[in-house]
Design a protein around this ligand. Structure first.
Ligand SMILES: CC(C)(COP(=O)(O)OP(=O)(O)OC[C@H]1O[C@@H](n2cnc3c(N)ncnc32)[C@H](O)[C@@H]1OP(=O)(O)O)[C@@H](O)C(=O)NCCC(=O)NCCS
Length: 308
């Protein structure tokens, strides 16, 4: 009989448990098992957060892990991230872990719960649906071999340059927040959000391209290089991290030109595959990426429900 236990508050020990199970899953699934939100929350836990493990009598090590993460805001939302040993995905472990997370969310008075699954499929759909969680968002990871074909000229009068930290911060924030006004994750960035990203070790101003229309920022393409993660990702990947065009400048070829230029920048740094994440409902962006040869390589789903 599988037993699910809440872990005592000991982030160092919990990181070790989560990392061991994530490594096991990643060897099978060839993609990360747990998102950055888990590691950020373990480093600085929110008050409503807690971890759970599933323990099977046949196994000396835990066979499943779920972290319930209290999202900042009112009313309280609890997010779940979960990884289960490949040999235990078809038994009671995923359901028992999710049940424990939902029970915890009720205890702390959460109004909603949400479970993000990387590499979602019919099994995860059924697991979620069995507990009343519906698909609320679908994110696609898309990839393309580099270089992409075809010219992509900048619209007349628009020139391309690289981002200048400090001098460009305010214009970039305004452009980003206009471009992503309807996006819950990428919209509404503050100076602090941007400063945090510019401080990341991977940030390279040469990889953040800015479209300049007579002194006005009309759009941008921010690239990010991912080092190889053997064995499942043996080569470096080049990501289009964020791309946005000011709503006033859409439909003039700027998005295509920025995407192609960003991918060319990555290719010139020896990268053979371009990658990005896009919301499946973003028809403009998906149309652009498909036209450039991108195909969907992974489907991530967010399953959620309100708690009565
Ligand atoms: C996606 C985005 C960058 C496209 O920029 P854009 O400058 O309008 O795009 P372009 O004019 O270069 O159009 C390129 C292609 O995009 C697609 N496209 C653009 N707008 C579209 C729309 N409303 N519906 C369907 N396809 C569309 C088409 O395939 C078009 O090809 P075509 O030239 O053969 O028609 C822009 O809409 C945007 O900034 N959106 C908000 C931010 C965002 O969603 N970023 C992507 C996050 S992954």
């Amino acid at each position: 009989m599988v037993e699910v236990r809440a872990l005592p508050t000991d982030p160092t020990a919990e990181v070790a448990v989560a990392r061991a199970l994530a490594d096991r899953s990643e060897r099978r699934d060839e993609h990360p098992a747990l998102g950055d939100a888990v590691w950020r929350d373990l480093a600085d836990p929110a008050p409503a957060s807690v971890g759970f493990v599933a323990v099977a009598p046949t196994d000396p090590e835990p066979v499943g892990y779920l972290r319930a993460i209290g999202r900042t805001g009112d009313p309280l939302v609890v997010d779940f991230a979960m990884t289960v040993h490949p040999d235990h995905r078809d038994d009671a472990v995923p359901g028992r872990l999710l049940d424990a997370g939902i029970a915890h969310a009720r205890t702390v008075g959460a109004a909603r719960v949400a479970l993000w699954v990387f590499g979602a499929d019919v099994d995860t759909d059924a697991l979620a649906a069995g507990r009343g969680l519906q698909v609320e968002r679908e994110l696609w990871q898309m990839r393309v071999p580099l270089p992409v074909a075809g010219p992509a000229p900048m619209p007349p009068g628009v020139t391309l340059r690289t981002f200048v930290p400090g001098a460009d911060d305010a214009d970039w924030l305004a452009c980003n927040n206009r471009a992503f006004a309807a996006d819950p994750d990428q919209g509404g960035w503050t100076a602090a959000t941007l400063a945090g990203r510019l401080d990341e070790a991977w940030f390279d101003p040469a990889g953040l391209l800015v479209a300049d229309d007579d002194g006005r920022m009309a759009g941008f393409c921010w690239t990010k290089v991912h080092a190889p993660v053997p064995p499942h990702e043996p080569h470096a990947l080049g990501e289009i991290y964020v791309i946005g065009v000011d709503p006033a400048d859409r439909g003039r070829g700027l998005g295509r030109a920025l995407t192609v230029t960003g991918l060319d920048h990555l290719h010139h740094h020896g990268i053979a595959v371009g990658m990005l994440f896009v919301d499946a409902s973003n028809t403009a962006a998906v149309g652009l990426y498909r036209a450039l040869g991108f195909v969907t390589s992974r489907v991530d789903r967010c399953y959620g429900t309100g708690l009565a």
